[in-house]
Design a binder for this molecule. Sequence first.
Ligand code: NDP
Length: 227
Amino acid sequence: MVTGGNRGIGAAVVERFLAGGHKVAALSRGGTAPDGALGIACDVSDAAQVEAAFAAAEAAHGPVGILVANAGITRDGLLLRMSEDAWRQVIDVNLTGSFLVARRAVKSMLRAKWGRIVFTGSVVGLYGNAGQANYTAAKAGLVGLARSLTREYGARGITANVVAPGFITTDMTADLPDDAVAKSLAAIPAGRFGDPAEVAAAVEFLTQAAYVSGAVLPVDGGMGMGH
Ligand code: NDP
């Protein structure tokens, strides 16, 4: 199951798992999905919708063994101008939404004595970013979430990790002003932005690595080194 699987990084993850022979359910508010995946409409910040989405995925494919909690949004602004609504909405989708799908997935993973959870964090979760207090707090929260799950369920065959992308070319980064793009580019040792498929490859690795858990795997061209 991949949340936010209809476009951007999530769609690349869906396509990578389909190519690997997996049955994939892709959740998004719109409910569309790449060809070959089961599209399910679900707002991940709503517990009842998450429950219904798992029921639909299980009916079609059986229990969820691999969860990629990737759905995310931004509502940027400097702290002094950030509304409570902008704070709550980003925390609700990026952090609470990840908690809700992880909590539901762990149930069947415990029964199976096997499970893989990957949260899509961000380089800025540990680095910080002016204008993104809500987003960076949510992404840093995913690190604590993955590490607590690792301690709770590590002995039960379940791993939980965070992939931390840097600047990846998707809809999320499409509308950034030119000066923000130039500033970001200057901070990336690789000298370019990343491709969603490069994040998907790291996600797949984390689902194959039985002895990697509670880790934060950067896919950022070196942007966040040391953080
Ligand atoms: P996109 O904006 O391209 O995609 C976001 C995805 O999340 C869409 O599939 C969207 O589907 C889904 N989504 C948003 N809100 C909800 C919701 N409430 N319930 C269910 N699905 C939702 O972004 P990216 O592909 O770039 O981002 C994917 C993840 O990667 C995010 O968590 C983002 O924070 C993270 N990331 C991205 C980086 C980048 O540079 N692009 C860098 C670091 C991290 P729909 O709108 O149909 O609901």
